[in-house]
Write a protein that binds this ligand. Sequence first.
Ligand SMILES: [Zn+2]
Length: 68
Amino acid sequence: MKSLIHCRACGNSVSPDARSCPSCGDPVKPKYDGEINMRDPIHLIGVSASVVFIIGLAFWVYSVIITR
Ligand SMILES: [Zn+2]
């Protein structure tokens, strides 16, 4: 069973499958849509920054080892 979401306009419980609130007609978006759109770029920047940092650290450690 899907959990109901709350209408932003009137607070009525709305099915996540519904496109608009049956009570006030305000368009309802599934909760996860906004979260993905807002979080994704930040998430990607964080992941790529971590990858660049780890690769840079690995190269630095490697260059320190081979120059000895
Ligand atoms: Zn509503």
